[in-house]
Write a protein that binds this ligand. Sequence first.
Ligand code: SF4
Length: 413
Amino acid sequence: MYSVAELIAITAAEEGSCDSKLERQPWSVDSDPGAGYGPGASAQDPVPLAIPRQQPLPAAYTEASEEELRARIMAAKKALGNRVRILGHFYQRDEVIIHADDVGDSFMLAQAARRYPQAEAFVFCGVHFMAETADILSRPEQAVILPNLAAGCSMADMATLAQVEQCFTELSEILEEPPIPVTYMNSAADIKAFCGRNGGIVCTSSNAATVLEWAFARGRRVAFFPDQHLGRNTAHDMGIGEEQMPLWRPGKKLGGNTPEQLQDSRVILWNGFCSVHRRFSVAQIERARREFPGVRVIVHPECPAPVVRAADGAGSTDYIRKQVAASTPGDTIAIGTEINLVNRLQAQYPDRTIFCLDPVVCPCSTMYRIHPAYLAWTLESLLEGRTPNRVTVKESVAAAARVALERMLEARP
Ligand code: SF4
């Protein structure tokens, strides 16, 4: 069983990875202003001007071997004890996950502060919006740290506050009442705050249907940010037709729609997407079914609608993990989600055939930016009394975002 880093090294020569630059270590792009999100699935996505950048790491980290980094992380972690919790997202590389105290999806991890009130700091091995959410839910004296500040999320960056406010201004000119704003967890804190201030709510990929029902109990129409696919797949399952789900393209007048299309709508979908999940296709599913008769295909709802409809099941990372756990030895399962999670499931269940639907190795560009070298640097900085890369959300923003998050926790259909 190979780690994703090893797979990239092996397949690079055969053009089996989506980006030849994946062989480079993440710090080689820290000081490259043209690097965007870095190599991987989001490499071609447009990058906002104000994207956070990571300061170059000292050579003591970039030149250290994998074994040395592992030993340094373990030693620093031991010395820091319960003062610091390391949180690892399911999509992180194994070399980082082995050090995590908690492994989970973005919301499970963001709630760590409630589980560990004594912790002084959380080192969030995930991406920026996750660290923001953890900061919103933690106490002011608890620090949330992102080991590499360049670990953003291209999907979250596809909806900015200015664009969303412009959208609502234009809608107010043609609709009798504003839509209920619903934002996916994968969005910036100021978008969550916008929802909190405007009678809206946050959702995850596990509870999107419950949240949409909550919203429809309060208004005829919903505006869904930033992932069009999660919005479309969820609304489709609720019986809403495609013709009632116009796509809002920021920068175009009325998002590129006619007033009538928007007036007839039930869900206005933002033109955002995840570049990892957009790679999955119906052709890949057909190939898996041809090559592995009896295969069960499970995908994430951030995949395009035709892919979700062609699969046997769709759900959050937690759903995918539970489906695999419920399978039996000898089963064959094809999965449409980030390769690090698929690889880990493969290793965990060696008596089943588990593979990623996409035969090309293409990890999330931004999750990939967290490497053991950054984790070692972060932990050793904490030991020396410094708090690097702290992610903080202004209290005025955090308070409104918390309203939208609390509504989600209390939402009932
Ligand atoms: S997998 Fe997609 S949604 Fe998740 S962090 Fe990466 S780009 Fe963002």
